[in-house]
Design a protein around this ligand. Structure first.
Ligand code: ARG
Length: 366
């Protein structure tokens, strides 16, 4: 029997990875925590339903292209099994008119060493998304005797999980930024809620973004679940929609992180990096002024790259400034055309979930 699952960070040599699929993707109906998270000027406001078939086809084409790049370099790629996401769902606590997608896997699966844990997402429409990955989890379980297949405590997502009247269409950008700075987010603290993409794994240390998708109770939960790791809360006051850390604060290799210049890590949270001689560099400007149509994310998916090893990184093909910067930082850059997959939930890092990277759990901040 082989070792299939092992990953402690985002930069060790990548050997096996999951790449999402766009099939049957939905724009989910509004629910307590979603309207807060869709930018006010987004053309997606108020609409829901199946995403246009052409865009699904094109998104899948992009992802297949990424798969090819990875396989050509010897990386084993696994794919989820999409469900019929337009089904209505219900639990004893809530009903929702549809699910969403199995993109991006990074939001759902958290790999820490030999464990892959399905997350406790705060979106009701994502409650059953983990099912798309269950066939793979079973396969890893059968093939790797050390694999730990886990599921975080399932949140109930009753109305008590959300602040009501938190959001008002008329709220200005400045007001949103004040809320971010005050760490006033739409989710309450009645139970742990977290998206896996809010966690940044760095061996013994795990940094977790406190924002619209992950709450403080989740951090408390993680510290108890992983007593041997150091859990750090981080937040980025410049981000009016703090969702997922991977277009904000992205490690390229031990000692080097790129940070979104509009979402700087506060001084007091930089100390741990500075004390250990890590360099935090401002990420290059995105090449686009706007995200593609029907996209939840910002133009900063430019920095959402997939590191294959400490010298090699995949960057979106049109993001020329980001490529140039990576090159100057000493990385070999592999361009990959992925922009038309962005509307399905994110860029290169989001679209993937780690299964196996060489290396072990190190202490980078002794
Ligand atoms: N909130 C980020 C932005 O718009 C997008 C992050 C997407 N990441 C993900 N794992 N889905 O800049």
């Amino acid at each position: 029997m082989a070792k299939i699952v092992n990953s402690w960070n985002d930069w060790d040599p990548l050997k096996r990875v999951i790449v999402g699929r766009c099939d049957n993707s939905m724009i989910p109906p509004e629910e307590p925590a979603t309207s807060e998270k869709v930018p006010v000027d987004s053309e997606m406001r108020g609409m829901w339903g199946l995403r246009p078939a052409k865009t699904v086809e094109r998104g899948n084409e992009c992802l297949d292209n990424l798969v090819k790049i990875l396989e050509d370099r010897g990386v084993v790629v696994d794919r989820p099994t999409p469900l019929q996401w337009n089904q209505a769902i219900g639990t004893p606590d809530f009903r929702n008119d549809s699910m969403m997608t199995c993109m991006p896997p990074r939001d759902i699966l958290l790999t820490v060493g030999n464990e892959i844990m399905a997350s406790a997402n705060s979106f009701r429409c994502r409650y059953f998304e983990y099912l798309a990955y269950w066939p793979l989890m079973k396969q890893y379980f059968d093939e790797d005797p050390d694999f730990l297949w886990t599921q975080a405590p399932r949140p109930r997502l009753t109305d008590a999980s959300y602040k009501h009247n938190y959001y008002d269409e008329k709220i200005t950008l400045e007001e949103r930024l004040v809320r971010t700075a005050n760490k006033d987010f739409v989710t309450t603290e009645v139970e742990p809620m977290w998206d896996a993409a809010d966690l940044m794994r760095m061996g013994k240390d795990i940094f977790i973004q406190h924002g619209l998708t992950t709450n403080r109770t989740a951090m408390d939960w993680f510290q108890r679940y992983y007593p041997e790791y150091r859990i750090h809360a981080v937040n980025f006051p410049g981000d009016p929609y703090p969702i997922h850390i991977d277009a904000t604060f992205v490690p390229l290799r031990p000692g080097l992180i790129i940070n979104n210049p509009h979402r700087k890590l506060p001084e007091e949270q930089r100390a741990i990096f500075e004390a250990n001689d890590w360099q935090i560099v401002e990420a290059a400007q995105p090449a686009h002024d706007e995200p593609p149509a029907l996209c939840y994310s910002s133009v900063w998916l430019s920095m959402n790259c997939l590191v294959l090893d400490p010298k090699t990184v995949i960057v979106e093909a049109s993001e020329v400034y980001q490529q140039e910067q990576m090159d100057k930082l000493g990385m070999n850059v592999i361009p990959c055309d992925l922009r038309d997959a962005y509307p399905f939930g994110g860029g290169l890092h989001c679209s993937t979930a780690d299964v196996y990277r060489e290396g072990e759990c190190l202490d980078y901040f002794p």
